[in-house]
Write a protein that binds this ligand. Structure first.
Ligand code: C2E
Ligand code: MG
Ligand code: MG
Length: 950
């Protein structure tokens, strides 16, 4: 379930590399600038040094001028310029590197300047001396000089001239000559001056020689050259160094550039990958959902929209739990969140809900996205597996159905041979499974079908893909059974046939029960004669024939005083008597005419196609005559008579229903006439209508005349005989009519609406009595009241009931209302709401006469009821009637399983009570325990019960 989460490293070195690259380039640029500056400085410096060398040569030239006239301004210009250049060096940065050389150079320059200054003054003196000597020599020539003197003087002059001209002379000879001349001249003469001048010149000459030697000795120019060469050398070295450094920079820049390019390619690739991912996510069939750390949705893809039904805009910003269904418990989500918060991947299956409310099954994997050790988002990738799950469920269901169904199922291969089959099929046919493998359907064919029967079936399947119909198959023992066979073709994706499925439904039971049901639906189970439904259908059919020409007589026969026989000799005698009567009627009418038993002791005979009323009368007489013959039933000699009412078509009516009604009222007329006779319908004699009108009139004033009273029939626990409640039953005693049973007057009261007023009276009276009993110390669980649907239909019914309850002070829990089954099924939902209101007030609801006619076992569970009252009709024949026994037991079991209380009413014998008790029925009510009693008799009854217990 858990895997490592996604971890993203911040590996984007691209920017860092780019910054390094820019720094390197900037440094390179600055360095090149510096090189450029150094170069220019170097050039300047070299130019300055070369100029110094040039200027120095000019100064050296000054020394070579010796005794010639010198241009002093030019010399001053040169030295000034030199000074300027040296001063310039100081301000230059390069001076620092060559400071030593330059200060030495400068000191040499200073020496040279001084020497030049000295030389300048010597030069001017010697230049003058040369001219003076020359002038003196010319002036002393004639007068003073003679002989040796002259020769010596000339010699000296010549030698001096040679000296001036720079020719090497023998200074000893000159000195000798000078001494000789000195010895020859007298003091103060011109020649003496000459000699002095020559001596001074010679001295200066030596000084000059000394200067020149010193200048030479200073060697300023050599040093300059030396510095220059050093400079060049240093420069060359610098250049080399700078080249190396620049190359290094360049190399680095190139390297970083390379890295950048590599990185760039990576980034491009990553970008492309991201785009591809995005495209893939957008177009993925999987649902992709991204949330931030607060679990707010930040992204969903198109598949999300398709599978959940939500639009992107609807969910962005909201939490994924909008999809939550109530199908997963809290612990599930807690476990999921715990996993995610640990930074681990979560995988599992989710059951969510789509926007339309339908379930969405998802296989999900949710990963925290971790950047630099921190969870920044959650990525959920989910696969919609709803179809798969549903398919699985269907498969499971199919498998269960296959094994557990009542139907026999065969799966045939494409060759139409048995591949697999279920247990039900084996039970149906009683074959051994091994024998059936790869057998064709024809294997089960019975002789009821001809040889081409199955061929025709397969032909239809080939055309329509399916076939269904009734077939007869042979079981392993040769018994032929009717089957409803459904054959279906199963196609694969490519429309190729994969299988055939054959479903066998055994019709034997269906046919049997169908026939039985058909028979029972239309026949009376006691006499096996057609019943009321059959009769009605028969009449309908008969009168559908528009060309009905013959007379038709409808005869209603009711036995006189049958109830007495029934009550005194018991039901079984009554039943036998009814069978005998039906037999006797049949003996009269044969099978040409129609006879039905409508219920109780009522029969109807239809004479269809008689010619005259006389014939009809003859039949009537004969029937009455025949049934009144003495008969022996269960050793009892009995004679019964009947009253027959007759209506005729077309004389009285051409409508079947009217004819039936007329025959019925004619029957009453016959009874009025003293029984054991027959009467034809006559309008004025419609007693039925009369008596009804009578009852209506008298009922109107019954309340006023205090003719209505109440009886209370105890309801008791079957096992301990403890009275727990009472059912309230209304009684009407009229001066003219006597005691009119509620079954007779209540329908009329309902039809006329009088039941409403009577109903409130009963309700109030019963509540009052109950409270009186309570005051007298009687504690009963409840009082049960019968309500009619007409009462419930009153819009202010509940209000009135509340009023009565308040007035009498009875609590809701003490009241149970009994409603007949019919009411529940005729009820609209608003009326059911009313019942719920009743329950809210604390009242309980019982379903009365349960099991009569509405066969509502299956609906029972949906009704808002507390108690089920099993109808007397089911108790009557207990315990002899096994069918009723079964039904009663089923009703009790079902009601109990639904949590309802069960009351059995109409318990008349000890055996009935014992059987019901054994069947776990809770409560009973009936003549056996107590008849309905008036208020006071009821109290007395309780007392007797109490004393019995003691
Ligand atoms: P129900 O509600 O099913 O009442 C039970 C009927 O069975 C009563 O008949 C009662 O006397 C009768 N009974 C009780 N135990 C036995 C027994 O052991 N053997 C026999 N043979 N019968 C027994 P009753 O009083 O004639 O009432 C007939 C029907 O009239 C009632 O059937 C009920 O539907 C209706 N009814 C009676 N009183 C009222 C009433 O106050 N209001 C309304 N709306 N209907 C009422
Ligand atoms: Mg009742
Ligand atoms: Mg009842």
């Amino acid at each position: 379930m858990r895997k490592k989460s996604l971890r993203f490293k911040n590996g984007n070195g691209f920017i860092v590399l780019f910054i390094v690259f820019v720094i390197i380039l900037s440094a390179l640029f600055i360095y090149l600038q510096k090189i450029d500056r150094d170069l220019r400085m170097h050039h300047q410096y070299r130019a300055d040094l070369e100029e110094i060398i040039l200027l120095d040569q000019q100064l050296d030239n000054v020394f070579l001028q010796k005794y010639q006239y010198l241009d002093y301004d030019a010399i001053t210009g040169v030295t000034g310029r030199l000074e300027e250049l040296f001063d310039g060096f100081v301000s230059q940065r390069i001076y620092e590197r060559h400071a030593d050389e330059l200060s030495k150079l400068r000191s040499f320059f200073e020496k040279k300047r001084h020497l030049t200054e000295d030389f300048k003054s010597l030069n001017s003196r010697m230049t003058n001396a040369v001219h003076y000597m020359y002038d003196l020599r010319r002036s002393i020539k004639s007068t003073e000089l003679n002989g040796l003197k002259k020769k010596t003087a000339d010699e000296i002059f010549f030698q001096v001239t040679q000296l001036i001209m720079g020719i090497q002379i023998d200074r000893e000879i000159l000195q000798n000559n000078l001494m000789m001349l000195r010895s020859l001249v007298t003091e103060g003469c011109k020649c003496d001056y000459f000699l002095t001048q020559v001596s001074r010149f010679l001295k200066d000459f030596d000084v000059m020689q000394g200067y020149m030697a010193e200048n030479h000795h200073i060697g300023f120019s050599d040093r300059l050259r030396e510095v220059l060469s050093k400079l060049e050398h240093g420069h060359a070295e610098d250049i080399q160094k700078q080249k190396t450094v620049a190359l290094l920079f360049f190399g680095m820049a190139f390297f970083v550039l390379l890295l950048l390019m590599v990185n760039y390619r990576k980034v491009i690739r990553a970008t492309r990958e991201l785009l591809a991912f995005r495209y893939a996510i957008e177009n993925s069939d999987n649902i992709v959902l991204i949330t931030d750390t607060n679990r707010n949705i930040t992204y969903v893809n198109e598949a999300f929209e398709v599978h959940t039904g939500y639009k992107k805009d609807e969910v962005i910003g909201s939490q994924p739990n909008i999809l939550k269904s109530d199908m997963m418990d809290k612990a599930f989500y807690a476990e999921m969140n715990a996993t995610l918060e640990k930074g681990e991947k979560w995988q599992g299956e989710l059951i969510n809900r789509r926007k339309d409310g339908s379930l969405l099954y998802e296989k999900a994997s949710i990963s925290p996205i971790v950047v630099n050790g921190k969870i920044v988002q959650y990525l959920a990738i989910k696969l919609d597996i709803t179809e798969y799950i549903e398919y699985q469920n269907r498969l499971k269901q199919s498998a269960t159905v296959f094994e557990n169904t009542q139907e026999g199922i065969l799966i045939l291969d494409e060759e139409k041979r048995i591949d697999s089959l279920n247990q039900a099929f084996l039970e149906m046919t009683d074959f051994d499974e091994k024998r059936l493998y790869k057998k064709p359907l024809e294997f089960f064919a019975s002789e009821k079908h001809d040889a081409t029967f199955y061929q025709r079936i397969w032909h239809t399947i080939a055309e329509d893909g399916e076939w269904s119909g009734k077939v007869y198959i042979s079981r392993s023992n040769g018994e032929v059974i009717p089957i409803w066979l459904s054959l279906t073709t199963v196609y694969g994706n490519d429309q190729k046939i994969i299988n055939y499925i054959a479903i066998y439904t055994d019709l034997s039971e269906v046919i049997r029960t169908q026939e039985k049901a058909d028979f029972l639906a239309y026949h009376d189970s006691l006499t096996l004669l057609p019943n009321r439904a059959h009769f009605e259908r028969y009449m309908q059919k008969l009168f559908e024939d528009k060309n009905l020409r013959n007379k038709v007589a409808v005869m209603f026969l009711d036995l006189d005083r049958f109830k007495v026989i029934n009550d005194t000799l018991g039901h079984s005698v009554g039943d036998e008597l009814l069978k005998e009567v039906s037999q006797r009627i049949l003996e009269v009418i044969g099978d040409t005419f129609f006879l039905a038993r409508l219920g109780g002791d009522e029969f109807v005979i239809v004479l269809d196609g008689v010619i005259s009323q006389d014939t009809v009368s003859k039949y009537a007489e004969e029937i009455l005559n025949h049934i009144s013959q003495l008969m022996i039933v269960n050793q009892h000699q009995l004679s019964v008579s009947g009253s027959l009412g007759i209506s005729l078509y077309p004389d009285h009516s051409d409508d079947p229903n009217t004819l039936i009604r007329y025959a019925d009222s004619a029957m009453y007329s016959a009874k009025e006439q003293g029984k054991n006779t027959y009467a034809y319908y006559e309008e004025q004699l419609s007693l039925d209508v009369h008596s009804r009108l009578n009852i209506e009139q008298l009922l109107k004033v019954a309340l006023e005349n205090k003719e209505i009273s109440l009886r209370y029939q105890p309801q008791y626990t079957l096992d301990t005989h403890e009275v727990i409640g009472a059912e309230v039953l209304v009684r009407w005693n009229n001066r003219l009519l006597g005691n009119v049973p509620p079954a007779e007057f209540i329908p009329i009261a309902e039809d006329t609406g009088m039941i409403i007023e009577i109903g409130y009276y009963i309700f109030e009276e019963a509540c009052r009595t109950f409270m009186e009993w309570t005051r007298q110390g009687v504690s009963l669980q409840r009082v049960s009241l019968n309500l009619s649907s007409v009462q419930l239909g009153q819009h202010d019914f509940l209000e009135k009931i509340r009023e009565i309850m308040e007035k009498t002070g009875i609590r809701g829990e003490k009241i149970e209302v009994e409603l007949t089954e019919r009411i529940f099924f005729e009820f609209s939902s608003s009326n059911l709401k009313l019942l719920n209101e009743f329950r809210k007030m604390g009242c309980e609801i019982a379903i009365d006469d349960f099991g009569t006619g509405y066969s509502s076992m299956s609906y029972l569970k949906d009704l808002p009821i507390d108690t089920v009252k099993i109808d007397k009709a089911f108790i009557n024949e207990l315990p002899t009637n096994i069918h009723d026994q079964k039904v009663v037991k089923a009703m009790i079991a079902l009601s109990r399983s639904l949590g309802y209380k069960v009351i059995a009413e109409g318990i008349e014998t000890e055996e009935q009570e014992a059987l019901l008790c054994e069947s776990r029925c809770d409560i009973g009510q009936g003549y056996y325990f107590s008849r309905p009693l008036d208020q006071y008799a009821f109290l007395e009854f309780l007392e007797v019960q109490k004393s019995k217990k003691k």
